[in-house]
Design a protein around this ligand. Structure first.
Ligand SMILES: O=C(Nc1cc(S(=O)(=O)[N+](=O)[O-])cc([N+](=O)[O-])c1O)Nc1c(F)c(F)c(F)c(F)c1F
Ligand SMILES: [Zn+2]
Length: 258
C-alpha cells in the first residue's frame, strides 16, 4: 500500500498510479509574480454556517474531519467555480519537528503545514467518488499554517487527536465549523490540478489562500502524536512528513484573484 516512507512514498506512487506523471498533478510551486491577475476572477464565498461535522478519523495518511454532505447546506462558490461545490471533509499535511510540511510552496518556500478543505460538484455528479474521478469534480481550498502564537480555535481539534492515535480509529466530532480555521483575507491563487494522495485523480480545481493562519509549534506537535500504523501493528511510525513535494507545472498557468 502507498505511504510516505522511502519504499512506498511519492517517488514510488507512479508504479500503481501512473497518473502520478500526468499533466495536471499537484501540488506545485506557486510563483506569485508569474501568476496571471485575472479581473474575471471574482471572490470566493464559503457558506459554512449550516455545516454539520460528523467525525474525526485517522485514515493512515492524515487526520480527517468528515461532514454531512447529504444536501447543499455547506458549499464553496464563486471565484473560478461554475457552481457550488459541497463540503466533504478537511485534513492536514505537515512536516517533522522544525522542518517544512506544506504541499504547495510559494516561490520555493514551504510552510510548516497545509490544511485542505475538500468539496465536490454535487450539481453535475451523483456521488463523491464519481466527482473525484471527473476533471471538474472537486474543489480543494488550501490554507497554509505558519508557526507563531497558539491558534485560538485549533485546540478544539487537537484536543481530540488522542482519540484517533492509530490508523483506522475514528470518533464523533460534532459542532466544528471550519470557518474558525480561515485567515482574514480570502485572496487566492487558483489552478487546475489533482489530488495530492493516491489515487491522484486529476479532478481538482485548487484554490490556495495567500494569507496563512498561525498555529504554535506546540499545537502542530500534537499532530505528531498520531501514528501511520494501526494499534495492532508492531512497527510504530509517527505520523509526520505526510506531504507530496511540488510537481511539474507543465502547460498550466496559475491565476491570481484581485
Ligand atoms: O476523498 C479523498 N480525500 C483525501 C484527499 C487528499 S488530497 O491530499 O489528495 N487532497 O486532495 O487534499 C488527502 C486525504 N488524506 O486523508 O490525506 C484524503 O482523505 N481522497 C479520495 C480517496 F481516498 C479515494 F479512495 C477516492 F477514490 C477518491 F476519489 C478520493 F478523492
Ligand atoms: Zn490534502
Amino acid at each position: 500500500h502507498w505511504g510516505y516512507g522511502k519504499e512506498d512514498g511519492p517517488s514510488a506512487w507512479h508504479r500503481q498510479y501512473p497518473v502520478a506523471k500526468g499533466n495536471r498533478q499537484s501540488p506545485i510551486d506557486i510563483i506569485p509574480n508569474e501568476a496571471r491577475r485575472d479581473s474575471t476572477l471574482g471572490p470566493i464565498f464559503l457558506k459554512y454556517d449550516q455545516c454539520r461535522s460528523l467525525n474525526i478519523a485517522n485514515n493512515g495518511h492524515s487526520v480527517v474531519v468528515e461532514f454531512d454532505d447529504s444536501d447543499d447546506r455547506s458549499v464553496v462558490l464563486g471565484g473560478p467555480l461554475d457552481n457550488p461545490y459541497r463540503l466533504k471533509q478537511f485534513h492536514f499535511h505537515w512536516g517533522g519537528k522544525g522542518c517544512e510540511g506544506s504541499e504547495h510552496t510559494v516561490a520555493g518556500v514551504g510552510y510548516a503545514s497545509e490544511l485542505h478543505v475538500v468539496h465536490w460538484n454535487a450539481v453535475k455528479y451523483k456521488t463523491y467518488n464519481d466527482a473525484a474521478a471527473a476533471p471538474d469534480g472537486l474543489a480543494v481550498l488550501g490554507i497554509f499554517l505558519e508557526l507563531g502564537d497558539d491558534h485560538r480555535w485549533l485546540h478544539m481539534m487537537t484536543d481530540a487527536l488522542y482519540m484517533v492515535k492509530f490508523k483506522g480509529s475514528a470518533t464523533d466530532f460534532k459542532g466544528f465549523n471550519p470557518k474558525c480555521l480561515l485567515p482574514n483575507s480570502l485572496h487566492y491563487w487558483t489552478y487546475l490540478g489533482s489530488l495530492t494522495t493516491p489515487p491522484l485523480h486529476e479532478s481538482v480545481t485548487w484554490i490556495v489562500l495567500k494569507e496563512p493562519i498561525v498555529v504554535s509549534e506546540k499545537q502542530l506537535g500534537m499532530f505528531r502524536m498520531l501514528q501511520f500504523n494501526g494499534e495492532e501493528e508492531d512497527q510504530r511510525m509517527r505520523m509526520e512528513n505526510n506531504f507530496r513535494p511540488p510537481q511539474n507545472l507543465k502547460e498550466r498557468i496559475v491565476r491570481s484573484s484581485n
